[in-house]
Design a protein around this ligand. Sequence first.
Ligand SMILES: [Zn+2]
Length: 215
Amino acid sequence: MKKAALWLADFVGEGEVFTKDELRETFPGVSQIDRRVRDLRDHGWIINTRSEDLDLELDEQRLVRIGGNVWVAGYRSPIKVNGPSPKQRQEALTSSNHRCMACGAAAGEPFFDEVLTIAKLTVVGSPGIGWIACCQRCKKGESLPSSKAEFLADYSLLTISEKRVFAEWIHADVRESTPLDRAWDQFRRLTEEERPGALYIVEAEVQGRRGRYSA
Ligand SMILES: [Zn+2]
């Protein structure tokens, strides 16, 4: 990849076109030289093929931009940063109770203000905090701003005990999970065999209460 990068930078140049044949002639016997060139895209290089640039012929590619100087000793890619390890990822998801740390959206559930979109969580690095769970909207900065009026409309519907929990969240600057949240999450993770039994308990209790109230 380093040699291919040097050749592209020195002999092709930005804005210029090269062909697969030229690559193979320049690097005879290097297997997968095409792939080595494609890998440069992970380092900020922009290399277009006919699918991005219709002026090109099928076997042509254009070096649009020279990216990271991969041939320099000790070079580190400006783009490809190391993601979280599987353990760090799991810890971030567990500690946030599988919710976005910014907006509280739960993984696999629709956004409350965009019911046709399901929240997917990724784990992103946050300076000073470490790895945190973040939904696709907050990651892109696309979460819709709210207004004080909207906030008060929903806040006024909370019970006193919910308002107490809410105040605790504000002080902790994080949405801590409540027994209600945890029960919901546990229920969703039950196996298919266990779910009917749990559902029976829930339904029996709710219906029992309904019966009592109506009596
Ligand atoms: Zn979010």
